[in-house]
Design a protein around this ligand. Structure first.
Ligand code: IMP
Length: 203
């Protein structure tokens, strides 16, 4: 049985303003006051686990312990079938340059590594998102969302972020960077995990 959210304030353990705004909009009908990590001057704990769930748990529990508030965290990334699920939890690391993130470099690496597997290598991939709601007493609930698709080259589109310009969601012929944000949010890994979170904890 999923534990319901009964408080009036939810801490979202992210410094990403875009994620915070999206969650605030989704929870608006439920009368929840949504605050972000920056409002509480939260430290960013090291993500030392090798699964999305493990890393999301670290962030959610650290935030709940530090503030005494129920805390929601997310961990996301892309898994590429031809690369045995890489980059997975290392999705952001593939863009790391030592001087900021370069997603063009990360996308090129993904394409090069698939191409090196030969002409028959599948180009299928999945965006994955794990959301964890942790309470200060140590309880947590896990919600996962997946968006299946395939990776195209050359990249297309000017919207979105991260690996969006190379990702074509299953059943569509546009990349995530060619879609309006509202359309992507309806089918995205994060959108799907958020729908499960709302149904589970606020339903
Ligand atoms: P994090 O969980 O916010 O650290 O995200 C991990 C990485 O996954 C990000 O840096 C992005 O590169 C990638 N990623 C996660 N979600 C998306 C998405 O919706 N579009 C494109 N890239 C994404």
């Amino acid at each position: 049985m999923t534990r319901k959210f009964t408080g009036d304030t939810l801490l979202v353990a992210t410094h990403n303003q875009g994620k915070l705004t999206e969650i605030r909009e989704i929870l608006a009908p439920h009368g929840v006051n949504v605050v972000g990590a920056a409002d509480h001057d939260l430290p960013e704990p090291e993500e030392t686990e090798d699964t999305f769930v493990g890393n999301a748990r670290i962030k959610a529990h650290a935030a709940a312990q530090a503030t005494g508030l129920p805390a929601l965290s997310d961990d996301s990334g892309i898994t590429i079938d031809a690369l045995d699920g890489a980059p997975g939890v290392y999705t952001a690391d593939w863009a790391e340059t030592g001087n900021g993130r370069d997603f063009m470099m990360a996308m090129r690496r993904a394409n090069d590594e698939i191409t090196a597997k030969g002409p028959d290598a599948p180009r299928t991939a999945q965006f994955r998102c794990t959301l964890i709601l942790a309470w200060p007493d140590g309880h947590d609930e896990v919600f996962e969302g997946v968006m299946p698709g395939s990776l195209t080259w050359p990249i297309r589109g000017a919207g979105g972020f991260g690996y969006d310009p190379m990702f074509v969601p299953e059943g569509l012929d546009v990349t995530c960077a060619e879609m309006p944000k509202t359309e992507k949010n309806k089918i995205s890994h994060r959108g799907r995990a958020l729908q499960k979170f709302v149904a589970g904890c606020f339903g």
